[in-house]
Design a protein around this ligand. Structure first.
Ligand code: SAM
Length: 228
């Protein structure tokens, strides 16, 4: 059984896909997609030998060795042209690492129809990368799991322009404005307000830092004021 965030990632994969799950760890996502006959073929990529052997063990235990290949390598380097991968999933890492993996593996993105990404943090940096590398966001979601609130971003080749606010809050999440989204930004607002109080009490930390936090607070307050 998949965790709530991986369940959402899995639900976005089109039937009949050939997927690569990068940073697959135990390969639960790939195994689920193959067993449910969503994906026809999967590559489970891992940079670390420990997680790779977890993957191999699970793949054998689940009897899907013919459909899933566990490969050791850094990011998209595990993908070959002959794999004809059409969906790449990268989940459970920071947005900056996901961005680096995509950027280092740019040449492997030709022919890929969908990126399904689940950054733990750093969503803004990831959206920035998508825009400047000709991907458009077609779906976003947010889910609560063990006190964490995780965003899921799906993108396809295409053009997109996003305002600064859309990059921060997510162009689709911002509009849907669901309960988990509200909780995320309320939590962030509370965190920033505490930092602001602290910075005001300790001017030695510098005006620049304070200005930055104050700006973030007013961005979130403004976003909330448009929807309530
Ligand atoms: N994707 C799974 C999930 O969402 O539950 C596992 C997430 S786990 C926290 C992150 C995994 O990414 C680790 O197993 C780590 O070894 C792997 N990883 C980190 N950097 C990587 C890279 N550059 N290429 C491939 N795998 C990487």
């Amino acid at each position: 059984n998949l965790s709530p965030r991986l369940k959402i990632v899995a639900s976005l994969v089109p039937q009949g896909s050939r997927i690569a799950d990068i940073g697959s760890d135990h390969a639960y996502l790939a195994i689920n997609l193959i067993k449910n006959k969503i994906a026809n073929h999967a590559i489970a990529g891992e940079v670390a030998p420990g997680p790779l052997s977890n993957s191999k063990e699970e793949i054998e235990k689940n009897g899907v060795v013919d459909q899933i290949e566990a490969r050791l390598g850094d990011g998209l380097a595990v993908i070959q042209d002959t794999d004809t991968v059409d969906v790449i999933c990268i989940a459970g890492m920071g947005g900056q690492l996901i961005r680096k993996i995509l950027n280092d593996g740019k040449t492997k993105l030709n022919g890929v129809k969908k990126l399904i990404l689940q950054p733990n943090v750093g969503e803004l940096e990831l959206r920035e990368w998508l825009i400047s590398n000709n991907f458009k966001i077609t779906h976003e979601d947010i889910v609560a799991e063990d006190h964490h609130l995780y965003e899921i971003i799906m993108a396809e080749p295409g053009q997109m322009t996003l305002s600064e606010k859309e990059q921060m809050f997510g162009p689709i999440l911002m509009k849907s404005h669901n309960e988990v989204y509200t909780r995320k930004w309320q939590r962030e607002l509370n965190r920033l307000r505490k930092i602001e109080v602290n910075l005001n009490a300790h001017p030695s930390h510098g005006q620049a830092k304070l200005d930055q936090v104050t700006k973030q607070i007013s961005d979130i307050e403004e976003m909330f004021s448009h929807v309530s």
